[in-house]
Design a protein around this ligand. Structure first.
Ligand SMILES: [Zn+2]
Length: 69
């Protein structure tokens, strides 16, 4: 972690988590976003599943892709 590349630190979106994000959750809320809009939540391995189920339960989750690939 001390030799991180010179890019913005991308932390997991889970509350209180400062782990490096390894996943991007792409989501869309049809009530407030146009259909082609994608919001991005970053997630670490540990929180990917809980964030996915949060978005999935609301029908917002569109895709999960590796972060930084
Ligand atoms: Zn996390």
């Amino acid at each position: 972690m001390s030799q991180a590349p010179a890019s913005e630190p991308d932390y997991c979106s889970a509350k209180g988590c400062r782990a490096d994000a390894t996943w991007q959750l792409l989501w869309n809320n049809p009530r407030i976003h146009t259909p082609d809009r994608r919001k991005v939540w970053l997630a670490c391995d540990q929180h990917r599943e809980s964030l996915e189920s949060f978005l999935g339960a609301r029908g917002f989750l569109k895709d999960t892709v590796p972060h930084g690939a």
